[in-house]
Ligand binder design. Structure first.
Ligand SMILES: C[S@@+](CC[C@H](N)C(=O)[O-])C[C@H]1O[C@@H](n2cnc3c(N)ncnc32)[C@H](O)[C@@H]1O
Length: 453
């Protein structure tokens, strides 16, 4: 792999003797990882049914290495949301954040959602996750991944940190700031990262990161914790960024990150020598089986506590008639809670969600479906958020069943049965809806998700 000269010169200066090991890591192949979705299956149960060989990632519960030739993204379990494909070092920041059920969490730069899905699994459906990204284009992948994971308590936004800070001061108990960065840690994984890198890209990132950090700090409640992470090696974007932040935000302290096997201390000597910076963590490709990452854990001083979320208005029950009729006919029980209507589209909003007036909302909560003339049509995200026994009728296939391939391609299945909505499953894990008509199951697997191979 051809690395940029300026990059190599800087790394040689910084790393000294360790540079040779660092450089030789680029001659070895990258590592592949997946993280089991514990909203749907426990790590132990996944291990029992996993069709390919996997080895635990030492620093992440339910994170595993797999081999390139296994291609788990092609397996039906992937389409049922049983795991997320994630570079092993990228599992570290959310692991350090330690989301707990009931937390109010902001993932400020969230797309495509690797860390949001990890946080959502830790929340186990309780509390709220606000996943935001400034790029509308990238919020599409974020939405898809959160839907695939069956997350019920996430709000998806497409806003600037400045606007969010004005709207949600002190609201969040935990924040993840996985910053846009110069991406040097991804060179081995993604040759595009090398092409996009330039001597000036880091300087631009530094300005952006400083800005985002400033606004993120305003949204954290006293006693709250915030992760700052990057996938780059440049000290300007890592230790120096933290040093600068601590100088300005005197109500923040660094929390010592417990260093997992292979993790190293932050390099205080690269940022003026403040030994506090050793509390941060560096993940190096020549020290562990993963790519390059930097993680810092910050805590805001003060008595824990945050503003109450506003009471939600709710939806007139009469408007929900067709939804309840659908649920009675097709589900074991109707999901209920804070209903929100956006036009004809019905959502369930997490109780802990903040008031979203005035911000650009992609999803205010779990999308349940849409009211059509005299009927309710369930959403794909609802199918993925339900367990098999929550459907009145299901068609359950084994992963190698021919019908399953047909379904995932979006084609009609030839089946018989009572007319109505059916949950299509693989080994008991819902994949989506079909609608039973006379002798055929009309395919409701979303067009953009269909598998063409
Ligand atoms: C490193 S990626 C995030 C990866 C993500 N956390 C994950 O685990 O999948 C950085 C993201 O920051 C977003 N971004 C860039 N500038 C931003 C800003 N000012 N506010 C919010 N998001 C921003 C980019 O669109 C990009 O999706």
């Amino acid at each position: 792999m051809k690395l940029p000269d300026e990059f190599c010169q800087r790394m040689k200066l910084l790393l000294g003797e360790a540079y040779a090991d660092f450089l030789s890591s680029y001659a070895s192949p990258r590592y592949y990882g997946l993280r089991v979705n514990t909203l749907k299956i426990s790590g132990a149960d996944f291990l029992k049914r996993c069709p390919f060989e996997i080895i635990p990632v030492p620093w992440t519960k339910n994170g595993f290495y797999f081999s390139e030739q296994d291609r788990p993204a092609k397996h039906p379990y992937y389409h049922a949301g049983l795991y997320y494909i994630q570079e092993p070092s990228a599992m570290a920041p959310a692991q350090v954040l330690r989301a707990e059920p009931g937390d109010r969490i902001l993932d400020l730069c969230a797309a495509p959602g690797g860390k949001s899905t990890q946080i959502a699994a830790d929340l186990q459906g309780r509390g709220v996750l606000v996943s935001n990204d400034i790029s509308l284009e990238r919020t599409r992948a974020l939405t898809k991944n959160l839907e695939l994971f069956g997350v019920v308590n996430a709000v998806i936004l497409n806003e600037t940190p400045e606007k969010l800070a004005a709207k949600f001061p002190g609201f969040f108990s935990k924040i993840l700031l996985d910053a846009p960065c110069s991406g040097e840690g991804m060179f081995r994984k993604d040759p595009d990262a090398v092409r996009q890198w330039g001597v000036h890209s880091s300087a631009k990132c530094v300005l952006m990161q400083r800005d985002i950090l400033f606004f993120a700090a305003q949204m954290l409640s006293p006693g709250g914790r915030m992760i700052y992470s990057t996938c780059t090696f440049n000290p300007e974007e890592n230790e120096k960024m933290m040093e600068d932040f601590l100088q300005k935000q005197t109500d923040f302290d660094l929390v010592d990150i417990c260093k997992e096997p292979g993790w190293e201390e932050g390099r205080a000597d690269w940022a003026g020598g403040n030994s506090e910076l050793k509390k941060t963590a560096r993940l190096w490709p020549h020290r562990l089986k993963g790519e390059g990452h930097y993680v810092a854990l910050l805590e805001k001083r003060g008595q824990a506590g945050h503003p109450h979320p506003d009471k939600k208005n709710g939806v007139d029950e009469k408007k929900l008639k067709d939804y309840y009729t659908f649920a009675e006919e097709h589900l074991a029980a109707a999901p209920t809670g804070n209903f929100v209507l956006y036009g004809d589209h019905l959502y369930l909003q997490p109780v802990e969600a903040p008031n979203l007036n005035g911000v650009k909302v992609i999803k205010p909560g779990l999308y349940l479906g849409v009211f059509k003339k005299n009927r309710f049509e369930p959403s794909h995200s609802l199918a993925l958020a339900l367990k098999k026994d929550a459907f009145r009728r299901t068609l359950d296939f084994s992963p190698d069943a021919r019908e399953l391939g047909t379904y995932l391609k979006g084609e009609t299945l030839h089946t018989t049965g009572e007319r109505g909505w059916v949950g299509v499953c693989v080994d008991g894990y819902p994949l989506g809806w079909g609608k039973q008509l006379e002798g055929v199951l009309k395919n409701h697997y979303p067009k953009g998700w269909r598998q063409m191979e």
